[in-house]
Design a protein around this ligand. Sequence first.
Ligand code: PHE
Length: 339
Amino acid sequence: MENQIKKLKDEAIKEIKQSKALAALKKLEVKYLGRKGELTKVLRGLHDLAEEQKPKIGQLANEVKTELEQLIKNIQIELEAGGGVQTSQPIDLTLPGQKYPLGHLHPLTIVQRQLEEIFSRMGFMVLEGPELESEYYNFESLNIPASHPARDMQDTFYIKDQPGWLLRTQTSNQQVRTMEKYGAPLRAIFSGRVFRREATDASHDSAFYQLEGLMIDKDISIAHLITAMKTMLKGIFKKDVKVRLRPGYFSFVEPGFEVDVSCLLCDGKGCGVCKKTGWVEMIGAGLVHPKVLAAGGLDPKIWSGFAFGMGINRLVMLKYGIDDIRLFMSGDLRFLEQF
Ligand code: PHE
């Protein structure tokens, strides 16, 4: 009996030491120490032994059991530390690891978030609005009469069989909505996709992104507008940017301006992007028209404000030196992976 146990022990130790995987080790544990395991069988057979043999054999069997349990535990720890490597080959730690492709933000989203942060710091709320819009908020409330060329079928996507509904052509659709909802004083920006029915080329797409800002308070002047524009541009381009105001017509502001930005690609010397002028047209802006304030339920004798709107695509193009607006929506990973 004694010899039988010792033989079992030697065999078990040999086998356990050779196991190279956790699963194999587990099997050996069952084989020797499990409920129907070989050592367990021996222990169960103890009561058939002569009375004087019982203590000695019993002790031996128990010692072997403890020894095997300890050995299995040690080998298990070793195998786990080896990261489950199941060969006896050494690991080459200098081999390059496997790279998993990581997703990232679209360049338009990157700049949009930067803009939102810049304006939040100036106390502006960040709002969103509907892309499907009524003629009232997109045009009428903005002092754009039915005869205005912007309402021509050529420019606007109207909704089939739904008179009075369209895809917004500008984020200005939010101006009167915001005044109605929040009253005055008011500081808000709203960005999003706008739609125009026009032929596409390197600088025009039928869907693009705008960011619009509206500030209403007492005694708002053009100086407030210029300061906000300069702060925004400095935040995006990380340097002082020169701006120039030219008179521009938008029916919902009076006076209205086109804000030009000194071309950052050529530093104002003149290049293809600024068409050799040194300036890039970027922002439409002005002081909110009294009729628009009134449409928003505000008394134009008390309140005044500025509004501006710009194409985010164009800003991103200037920031990164992108020469074709259609790349943004192309889904081309060779383009997108550069940001
Ligand atoms: N909505 C105008 C556009 O799309 C831009 C603009 C916004 C102009 C606000 C003035 C004030 O061109």
